[in-house]
Design a protein around this ligand. Structure first.
Ligand SMILES: Cc1cc2nc3c(=O)[nH]c(=O)nc-3n(C[C@H](O)[C@H](O)[C@H](O)COP(=O)(O)OP(=O)(O)OC[C@H]3O[C@@H](n4cnc5c(N)ncnc54)[C@H](O)[C@@H]3O)c2cc1C
Length: 451
């Protein structure tokens, strides 16, 4: 038996934990958020109830294993609750980092810090009720620009146009570097908002870029494009007064101009040409033409990156992993220190912590499990250990002034939230700030102690 620490209880970390625990080891999970699930809880669209309920059930099963010990509300990293050195000092046989990709690619533009400019991840965290984002200002106005054309952007369109209970949005303008064939969202995801796209205006936008796209062998006919990325083109929708979803293709953000109140007022975009690469893909090439869009909110969904404060050495693509042997396609999970060209023995990265923004929950699960297999191989060569005492670990964390949330606390919180949902006649209810959750757990513990 060995003790293994897992940092991050999203899908990758939880399924890695399951695999390691089922092999007979003790697993100690440290998670920044009070609740487990990561982006499965706080990223996946709030109305995907069935998927969320299903995943929560699977996560609860993992946390129900007798040798999986959960410590939520504990953030690992330099300047946070525990550092990597603190973890090492507890002498685990291996540490698995599954903390996802908590940073994001910035636009790098003048005016980026204006009010009303948000990263997509923060915005999504807020509408999914993740503390502290849920209590921060993510107000949206009447005209919202979204930078990016992936599934995260599609979720945000859906929220702004349909489901935001404080909706003021009259127009969402999607600003895309390249053309309509380069849209990366799934047809199902754009399907939730396609009726909001004003057909005539979309066709005018296609006319504006037709010649440039044709030079790259792209046929912007309604049939071809409808089949490839914009199915709405081959459908009809009943006429109705609705907010509008418009597209500004072949445009890259150049500058953000704020009004006297400090909030974004205009987005200046550079118009792009499209170039054909040798492999058939396309690249945007900036021209000297610009255009100005009147917007009061801008949300950028241009990908995530790793949080360097976690304490792992960084490489060109995030946390460094051991270089793969030449021409090998093997996935490498072992962390690496590029400064000395040596692996970090016993330290592994899985899921979005290994590669940011790659795929759906199923892919993160698979990555966690494959990484766990490598951990198990490594553990075979390590000396046997006594199990760390959960009580002692808990006491140690509490002595540092931390308020870790355990498996048992999660069960208590789950029951309290179920009760709240029943009282409010909702299918589900979740608290959106840490203090309320901690207080609710504390109160219930007090009640249980007096029984
Ligand atoms: C907006 C959005 C919508 C999505 N929608 C879908 C969908 O509909 N269907 C689908 O299948 N997939 C969807 N995905 C993808 C899916 O959420 C991811 O594939 C998956 O959650 C990645 O899992 P992970 O465990 O690697 O990382 P994460 O889910 O990000 O989990 C990371 C965990 O680490 C913890 N953590 C972070 N930093 C620290 C730290 N320093 N110390 C301790 N703990 C830390 C966090 O609290 C979190 O619990 C969506 C993703 C996004 C962004």
């Amino acid at each position: 038996m060995k003790n293994v620490f897992v940092v991050g209880a999203g899908p990758a970390g939880l399924f890695a934990a399951q695999k390691i625990a089922l092999a007979g080891h003790q697993v100690f999970l440290f998670n920044r958020d009070i609740k487990p699930g990561g982006l499965a809880e706080y990223g996946i669209y709030p109305l995907k109830d069935k998927m969320k309920f299903g995943l929560r059930k699977q996560f609860a099963k993992v946390l129900g294993l007798p040798n999986v010990h959960y410590f939520g509300h504990v953030k690992i990293g330099d300047g946070y609750d525990l550092t990597l050195d603190d973890l090492r000092a507890m002498n685990p046989s291996a540490i698995v980092f599954s903390c996802g990709a908590q940073g994001y690619n910035e636009l790098g533009l003048p005016g980026e810090n204006s009010a009303g400019v948000y990263s997509a991840k923060d915005f999504v965290y807020a509408y999914n009720q993740l503390p502290p984002y849920a209590s921060m200002d993510f107000s949206t106005g009447k005209r919202v620009a979204i930078i990016g054309m992936g599934n995260v952007a599609a979720d945000i369109m859906r929220w702004l146009l349909r489901d935001n209970p404080h909706r003021k949005t009259e127009e969402v303008i999607v600003v895309a570097r390249r053309g309509p064939y380069e849209a990366k969202f799934d047809k199902k995801e754009i399907g939730y908002v396609e009726e909001y796209i004003p057909r005539e205006e979309f066709l005018r936008e296609l006319d504006r870029i037709r010649e440039t796209c044709a030079a790259c062998n792209q046929d912007l006919s309604v049939e071809k494009l409808g089949d490839a990325t914009f199915p709405f083109l081959t459908k009809t929708f009943p006429a109705e007064e609705r907010p509008r979803l418009t597209f500004r293709f072949l445009s890259s953000p150049k500058e953000i101009l704020a009004g006297s109140d400090g909030r974004i007022e205009k987005l200046v975009v550079t118009e792009n040409d499209l170039a054909l690469r040798a492999n058939g893909s396309t690249a945007a090439r900036a021209t000297d033409r610009t255009a100005v869009l009147d917007v009061d909110t801008l949300i950028f969904a241009i990908g995530d990156k790793h949080d360097p404060t976690v304490g792992l050495p960084m490489g060109p693509d995030g946390y460094a992993t051991k270089p793969a042997p030449d021409s090998s396609t093997e996935t490498i999970y072992e962390a690496w220190d590029p400064a000395i060209n040596e692996p970090l023995p016993g330290i592994y990265v899985v899921g979005w912590a290994r590669r940011a923004s790659t795929g759906l929950v199923g892919i993160a699960r698979h990555d966690g499990e494959e990484g766990a297999k490598k951990v198990l191989e490594y553990l075979q060569g390590q000396p046997e250990q006594d199990s760390l005492s959960t009580e002692e670990l808990l006491a140690e964390l509490q002595a540092k002034g931390l308020t870790p949330v355990t498996n048992q606390d999660l069960e208590i919180l789950g029951k309290i939230e179920e009760q709240q949902a029943r009282e409010r006649n909702l299918t589900s209810f979740k608290y959106s700030d840490d203090d309320t959750m901690l207080q609710a757990i504390q109160n219930e513990r007090g009640v249980l102690a007096t029984r």
